[in-house]
Write a protein that binds this ligand. Structure first.
Ligand code: PLP
Length: 378
């Protein structure tokens, strides 16, 4: 049976060009970048090149980028590291986040609460949009840090990061954004966005899993998360995962070069799918119409229960999701959809279809036909 992958927001397939770039570093070029001999220096040069490629994706300088094991580590590091430095400097112990953050941010904040930090979670509107006025209203004299995701992983809503960044910069409050879903898909420039820290992860843009980066604006104080060797300029200890770093760099390079064309193609496929699905009785789309990632469609219908629909689609060869991969199978409804004022019942009916680089038009057509067929059986 042909299987069609519609879960790009969970993870994306590795691009063959990325694999080709990584391969030498999994075989003959196995040196440790810290070694002074030829093997080490070959690996070191590869890491430097990848750092330039990855930094270019977000308009950063290479020395502002630190490789990590992915989005989760980058988020943990930014929040814990900046919060610790700010509290130590007497700047307070209050953190502001949005109500729709990924678990990597939410759970880190829960951990920080156990260390005495207080957290304010700012609500979103029906489209999953954060209002910069609400962020500003949540600030106190003791606010150490603000973190708002660039784009949401369940509904794709893109947040007004530059506007929030401008307001926080004016007040001198550090601003972190989780750009794990946005990076590689929409243009990002850390200076235009006025962010001090930004997380991203290569597996969301056809790079390998287990590698990502944290951008830290020069001068942003962020205590290390890992202690040990002097790798990543003393900030992130541990022998570099050279092949993965090379893959991250190459994936970033491809994503940047092909972003406009890819975005246009994916948007047109998503528009086509949305218009076909709109014919289904009682279908409701969740998320922003305008400021939204091209590849994510989140919807529910009154007639179709989420679990049985997901299983049925899987049996028919379509891999879609109930929301974030981390909450799939969870007994509770999506906190994102609930924050967007959907009822628990509506949230439990929602499914996420996410398409990407290797999605073909015929796949989208087939899915639209299948959904129409399933809906007509009710
Ligand atoms: N943040 C967001 C918005 C995500 O979508 C994800 C992954 O689903 C993460 C963080 C975690 O990234 P990683 O899987 O690289 O740890």
């Amino acid at each position: 049976m042909k299987r069609i992958y519609f879960d790009y927001a969970a993870t994306s397939p590795l691009d063959a060009r990325v694999l080709a770039a990584m391969q030498p570093y999994l075989t003959e070029a196995y040196g440790n970048p810290s070694s002074l001999h030829h093997f080490g220096q070959t690996a070191r040069r590869a890491v430097m090149c990848a750092r330039e490629q990855a930094a270019a994706l977000i308009g950063a300088a290479p020395d502002e980028l630190f490789f990590t094991s992915g989005g989760t580590e980058s988020d943990n590091w930014a929040l814990c590291g900046i919060a610790a430095e700010r509290r130590a400097a007497g700047c307070g112990a209050h953190i502001v986040i949005s109500a729709i953050e990924h678990a990597a941010v939410r759970e880190t904040c829960r951990y920080l609460e156990t260390l005495g930090f207080s957290i304010t979670s700012v609500p979103v509107d029906y489209e999953g949009m954060v209002d910069p006025d609400d962020i500003e209203a949540a600030l106190g004299t003791d606010t150490a840090l603000v973190s708002v995701m660039t784009a949401n992983n369940e509904v794709g809503t893109i947040q007004p990061i530059a506007e929030i960044g401008a307001r926080l910069h004016a007040r001198g409050i550090p601003f972190h954004t989780d750009a794990v879903q946005a990076a590689g898909h929409i243009p990002l420039d850390v200076n235009a966005l006025q962010v001090d820290a930004l997380s991203f992860s290569a597996h969301k843009f056809c790079g390998p899993k287990g590698i990502g980066a944290l951008y830290l604006r020069r001068g942003t104080k962020c205590a290390p998360l890992l202690h040990g060797g002097a790798q990543e300029r003393d900030y992130r200890a541990g022998t570099e995962n050279v092949a993965a770093i090379v893959g991250c760099g190459r994936a970033a390079e491809i994503a940047l070069a092909e972003m406009d064309a890819e975005e246009r193609r994916i948007r047109s496929e998503a528009d086509f799918l949305r218009s076909r699905l709109s014919a289904i009785d009682g279908i409701v789309f969740h998320g922003a119409q305008k400021h939204c990632l091209a590849g994510i469609l989140n919807f529910g219908t009154q007639a179709l229960a989420q679990d049985s629909l997901l299983i049925r689609l899987d049996l028919m060869g379509f891999a879609v999701s109930a929301g974030s991969a981390c909450s799939a199978g969870a007994a509770h409804p999506s906190h994102v959809l609930c924050a967007m004022h959907l009822s628990e019942e509506e949230a439990r009916r929602a499914i996420r279809v996410s398409i990407g680089r290797f999605t073909e038009h015929a796949d989208v057509e087939e899915f639209a036909d299948t959904m129409t067929q399933i809906a007509s059986e009710r």
